[in-house]
Design a protein around this ligand. Structure first.
Ligand SMILES: Nc1ncnc2c1ncn2[C@@H]1O[C@H](COP(=O)(O)OP(=O)(O)OP(=O)(O)O)[C@@H](O)[C@H]1O
Ligand SMILES: [Mg+2]
Length: 344
């Protein structure tokens, strides 16, 4: 990812042609912005909309911002009305976007390990290694691990040139698994390293009188790869659990299921030590919505009170239901005008 900034110069983009529109608020003094902001929550509640609007707001504030989707079912392009890909692309002034391609990242990751393994093993077991790698690639979690790798890589790019990275995540279950990876895989990798060291000791004993064998044992690429991965996880865990670096916002609607799911997810993230910025109640029906919504408004009021009771010790931001879907920069900006509140 070297020199991303010059390859992705937003000066190349004709903002006028892309109809980027304007955010009609004065620039504010961002007080509580963190470098990494995650938006998560139940399916369809408005995660992509909020992540996109928040990133647009930061860009408006003059903050160089990278908007990242870790959801395999990407929809940043739809929300922005700008085609994105698995490469970082400029969107408008101060804003870049990328949709991580999990399948591609998983293939690349497993492929790299396979190449390293094949370079040290005897030709007799090449087919066996290939078969094992195929299984590793198909195994549950491989794509998540690969997405995680990619987002750690992006986090490490902070300041070069991005000052903030905003993550649009997949629905709750997937994201929780993703965020718990450093904790779970960290221990697993440790045990793998220990096992590998043991077998290497045997290898070294066998190769005591053979220089080539000894050399191969000393420069073991498997340990090398595992150790690097372990360090990456450790670093990302530090980022994710540091309240000065990261913050996680839950997007929910004033309905029963999203409230219950959010309550469970908040508990999980707290367990992993991930700082929670607050909750965004999206699609709040405005009181002037009319007679047709009367009953819904009564139910909504109860759910809003429930949200206050459950999450009242955190920041709660309400976003109104708009007349149409949030598609394209103009509508994203309309949400952006309100979402800056999460930093207030
Ligand atoms: N406040 C709002 N008013 C009107 N429409 C909205 C609002 N917020 C989001 N939408 C629309 O609702 C739909 C779902 O929103 P969005 O894609 O942001 O949800 P999501 O949580 O990212 O969904 P998924 O779980 O599928 O990723 C989109 O069509 C979006 O334009
Ligand atoms: Mg989404």
């Amino acid at each position: 990812m070297e020199n991303q900034a010059s390859n992705t110069d937003p000066g190349n983009v004709n903002a006028e042609k892309m109809n980027m529109g304007k955010i009609n608020i004065e620039k504010t003094n961002i007080k509580k912005r963190r470098p990494f902001t995650f938006f998560g929550g139940k399916g369809g509640t408005g995660k992509t909309t909020c992540a996109t609007a928040y990133a647009a707001w930061l860009a408006h504030e003059g903050c160089k911002t990278l908007l990242v989707s870790t959801d395999p079912a990407h929809s940043l392009s739809d929300a922005l009305g700008v085609a994105l890909s698995d490469k970082i692309l400029p969107v408008c002034e101060n804003l870049w976007g990328i949709e991580i391609d999990a399948e591609l990242e998983a293939k690349r990751y497993v492929g790299e390990i396979q190449d390293k393994m094949l370079s040290i093993v005897s030709p007799v077991i090449v087919d066996e290694i290939k078969r094992q790698m195929e299984i590793a690639y198909m195994s549950p979690g491989a794509e998540e691990a690969a997405i995680f790798d990619k987002f750690v890589e992006l986090m490490e790019e902070l300041g070069n040139p991005w000052e903030a990275i905003v993550f649009d995540t997949a629905p709750t279950g997937h994201t929780l698994r993703l965020l718990s990876l450093p904790e779970i895989l960290g221990t697993w990798i440790e045990s793998l390293i220990r096992k590998r060291r043991k077998s290497l000791d045997l290898f070294k004993m066998a190769g005591r009188f053979e220089e080539d064998l000894m050399k191969r044992a000393m420069e073991d690429p498997v340990i090398d790869s595992l150790t690097r991965r372990q360090k990456k996880f450790e670093k990302s865990r530090q980022y994710l659990t540091d309240s000065e670096s990261s913050t996680f916002f839950f997007v929910l609607n004033a309905e029963k299921m999203p409230i219950l799911e959010t309550a469970r997810a908040v508990e999980m993230l707290e367990k992993y030590g991930i700082p929670i910025g607050g909750v965004i109640v999206n699609r709040v029906i405005p009181p002037e919505a009319g007679e047709f919504f009367e009953e819904r408004l009564i139910a909504q009021e109860e759910y809003l009170q429930d949200i206050e009771r459950r999450f009242g010790d955190r920041k709660i931001v309400r976003l109104p239901l708009l007349r149409s879907d949030v598609r394209g920069m103009e509508q994203v900006n309309a949400v952006a005008e309100r979402i800056g509140e999460i930093d207030a």
